[in-house]
Structure formats: structure tokens, C-alpha cells
Design a protein around this ligand. Sequence first.
Ligand SMILES: Cc1cc2nc3c(=O)[nH]c(=O)nc-3n(C[C@H](O)[C@H](O)[C@H](O)COP(=O)(O)OP(=O)(O)OC[C@H]3O[C@@H](n4cnc5c(N)ncnc54)[C@H](O)[C@@H]3O)c2cc1C
Length: 333
Amino acid sequence: MEKSQYKGIWVFAEQENAVIHPVTWELLAKARELGAECGESVTAVLLGSGVASLAGELIARGADEVIIAEDPALAEYSPRPYQHAVAELAARRMPSIILYGATPLGRDLAPRVMVSLNTGLTADAIDLSFDEDGVFCQTTPAYGGKLLAHITIPERRPQMVTVRPRTFEPLEADPARSGSIITEKVNVEPDGCWEVLGCEKKSASGAQLENASVIVAGGRGVKTEEQMNMLRRLADLLGGQVAGSRPLVESGLLTHDYQLGQSGATVKPELIINAAVSGSIQYRVGMQGAKRIASINLNASAPIFSISHYGMVADFKALVPAIIEEIERRRQN
Ligand SMILES: Cc1cc2nc3c(=O)[nH]c(=O)nc-3n(C[C@H](O)[C@H](O)[C@H](O)COP(=O)(O)OP(=O)(O)OC[C@H]3O[C@@H](n4cnc5c(N)ncnc54)[C@H](O)[C@@H]3O)c2cc1C
């Protein structure tokens, strides 16, 4: 098939228990921007069972149309039925681009669909654009984040990409937007190889970094549990969460779900305070979207200062207790 026959930008609308994953709103916002540039429509693709009521919200958040495919085999995420459903829909309707969230589900599904459609997939993009010739370009960190790779998929269609959550700003929902809703049948069977016996919500005591408005993050300079507790105390006072760089996870002071960066979480809090973090590119890609960045480092030329709004050349072991004391003093007055 000629590649010019493939039209439209699809966003895979990830949902669990009929709740849309926020990355879908972010992808719809970016898809609108891309659609305006290339003159193509934005379609949300919604799979599940009993999820049709979600279509209105997808339109309000930027979709021009929603394709709904419902089947009992799609009630919960199951790799093979989802793979076959997306591949079947894409083969039938021939979108030019498909965007997925780089969530655990998106990272599982997108490569499967890639194989079914024998097309190209870029993983973990941090930006999407069209170049001066109108070629769709996906930007991802490469070589451990030292380079940014601009990837294109010149021949195969659809061009597929996973994008990290919190990379793009979602649009405000606009209930006045209108769009079309298309119901499609897909030929899927339940996956006989395995069965979901039950689902349990992850304990709320784990990291809740995605929604934290304040994060206090420690780096390799944090050496002991006592120092970690000092950062926790500051985070608690500010109504926030602790997090850390990779060495802090490697040293066992934090578990991996608290790690920021390329191989950890991407966050966009109102404020992040970095204590004893040097600011490697791999760390920065996870937190540079924060609205305000404050950093404490002994070394005045630490790279973290180049992206910080507030820089404090100090020993965090002396400065953090002083900040805590000052907050407590002001709250008592
Ligand atoms: C493929 C790949 C993926 C990676 N993914 C990630 C990732 O997701 N996240 C991540 O963080 N890293 C990641 N890394 C590792 C990354 O390259 C860096 O090694 C790491 O981010 C450094 O962490 P750091 O800043 O805490 O430590 P360092 O670079 O060692 O910096 C410690 C800083 O603390 C300062 N300091 C020391 N003591 C004090 C004190 N008492 N008070 C104030 N300042 C002090 C020092 O001056 C120094 O600047 C990855 C690397 C690779 C190759």
C-alpha cells in the first residue's frame, strides 16, 4: 500500500476499570498540535468492555473522533487480544501515526502491534514534531541520554511511538467540542494461555511521585538513613514526597519506584528541591519539567545549577535542618 494512503493521527486511549490514564490526555493534546500542522484528524482508539461512555471525555480533551471496539476479551488488558484488536483496526483504517503512552501497558502493547503490522516503533520519545519537509520526527534520548536522537520511519506505516507520561501538557476538557463516535467490531478471542485471577491495588505507601506537587530529591551525597529522614521531614513539612537519583537507589536508601530520571520516573511538580545531586542528563530528563527547581550542592559548578531557579552552594546536612527549623518557626508564629 502507498504510504500516502495512510491518514490520520491515532492515540491509543489507555483505560483501566473505565478510568482513562492521564497520559492519554497528554497525547491527545500533542496530537492536536501535530494534526493542526499536517492537516489530519485526531482519533482516539478505545478498547474494553462497557467503556463507550468514555468517548465524550476523549472528544472534550481533543479527539475529533473516537473508535470504540468492545468485546468481553478486551475487558481487562490482555496482551494478545489487545494486540490483535489494534492491529486489525489499524489495518482496516490505515492511520499514518499511532501514539501510545510509555506506561507498562503501552510498552507491552506497542511492540506487539509493531510486529503484527510489520512497521516501525520508536520507544520513550520526549518530543514529536514534523521537520521542514513534513516528515514525522520522534526525539528520544540516546547513548545514556548524552545525545538526542531524531528518529523517522521513512517507509513503513503506521509510524508508531511511545511517549513518556508527563512529557506534554494536557488540554483543559472542553465539553462544547464535538466529534464522531465510531463503533467497530474486532475479531478477538480471550487469551487461553493465561487468566487474570484478581487485581490488587498497589499499596498507597509506595512512591506517589506522579501527583506530588513538591518533591525533595536526594543524590549520592546522601549517605545514611538519618540524612534520608532529614529529607523526608522537609518533604512532609512541604506536603511533598521524597525521591532520589539512581545512586541513592543503588545504595539501598530508596526503592526503585522513588528514582527520578531516564530509567526512573518523570515528574512535573510545582517545586523540586535537589540535595546533593550533580545533575546528570539521565537525572535531568526525569525532573526538568518541574515549575521551580531549587538545588543544594557543595560544588558551585555542578551542572544541576544550570537548570535551577534557586541555587545554594552549601552542605545539605547543614542547610536542610536550617530550612526545616525556619519553616517550623514561621508556622508557630
Ligand atoms: C543508561 C543510563 C541510565 C541512567 N538512568 C538514570 C536515572 O534514571 N536516574 C539517575 O539519577 N541516574 C541515572 N543514570 C546515572 C547517571 O549517569 C548519574 O550517574 C547519576 O544521575 C548521578 O547521581 P548523583 O547526581 O546523585 O551523583 P553524583 O553525580 O555523584 O553527584 C553527587 C553530587 O552531590 C554533591 N554533594 C556531595 N556531598 C554533598 C553534601 N554534603 N552537600 C551538598 N552536595 C553534596 C557533589 O558535589 C555532587 O555534585 C543512568 C546512567 C546510564 C548510563
